[in-house]
Design a protein around this ligand. Sequence first.
Ligand SMILES: [Zn+2]
Length: 300
Amino acid sequence: MIFTIDVEDWTQSVLNNKNPVTDRVLHNTLRVLDMLDEHGHKATFFILGNVAKKHPKLIRIIAEAGHEVASHGFHHDSIFTLSKEQILEDVSSSVKLLEDTSGQKVLGYRAPDFSIRESLFEWYCEALVSNGLRYDSSLFPMKVFKYGIEKRYSLDIFDKHGINEHYLSYMKFGEQKLPFFGGGYFRLMPYSMTKKLTSQLDSTSAVFYMHPYEVDTDELAYVKSTGQKIPLKWRLSQFIGRDTVEQKIHKLMSDFEFNSFANEYYLEGATSVAQHTLSNIEEGSVVTPQPEVAYEKVSG
Ligand SMILES: [Zn+2]
C-alpha cells in the first residue's frame, strides 16, 4: 500500500491562506517521520512550496531518510480557482523549489483539497508534463462534504500526456461510495473497522493519506490563543479524533506494509507496473482493480 502525507500548516492551508506558515508543521512532520522510521516504512510526502520555503531543512530530512518528495502546490490554492497560467506557475514553482531543496527529482503531484476538475484536465496535465512529472494522485472519486468528484472521469487526456492517476481508495455500498482510508474518516472511525476494511484493499495500489497536523492535539488551544476564530463546523470536522491518530497510525503501520509511489512504481528496482490504479472495495468483497477502458495501462 502507498502511504501519503500532505505536508501543510493547518492555520495557513485551511484556516486562512494569508497566514504565515508556523513551526507546528515542522514538529508534526518530524513526529510522522519518527513513526515511519520506527516501523521501517517509506512514504510519499506531498509538500507545499511554502512549507519548503520556511523549513528547507525538513525537506532534506525527508529526502535523506529515503522518502519521496512530491508536490502539493505552493500556497494550497484550489486548482479550480486558478487560470491556466496560474496552474502552471503553481506546479512549476513548487516543483523547482522542492527539487532544489531535496536534490530529488519530483515525480508526482497532489492538488490541494483534491481540487482537480475534468474541465481542467488538459491544462493540468500540460503543467505536470512540462515539469517532468510522471503521476498524479488528486482524484477523490466520490462527492463528499468538502471535495471530490462524483463520476469516474475518462482519463484519455492523462493517457495522451502519459500521466498515471493513482486514485484515493474507497469502499462501495450499493451505488454509494464512501471514503475511509485517511483524513477525517480515519480519525473518526474505530481502528477495528479501519483494519477490517483495509484488509480488503489491494495490498499494492491502495492509497492512504494523512496530514501532519492530525497528530497535533494542542493546535486548537494554540489557535484560540492567537485570537483567531474557528467556525464551529471546523472545530467538529478538523479537530475531533486528533488524540487518537498517533496510536491508530502505529497500529496501521504494524498491521500493513507501506511504501512510496516512487519506490513502488517509478524508481529503478520498482516492483509494480505504473498505471492508473483504483483500489476500492465493492460491497464488502475483495476487489482487484481491473483495467477498464478509462484505466488502461500507460506506457512509459
Ligand atoms: Zn492539502
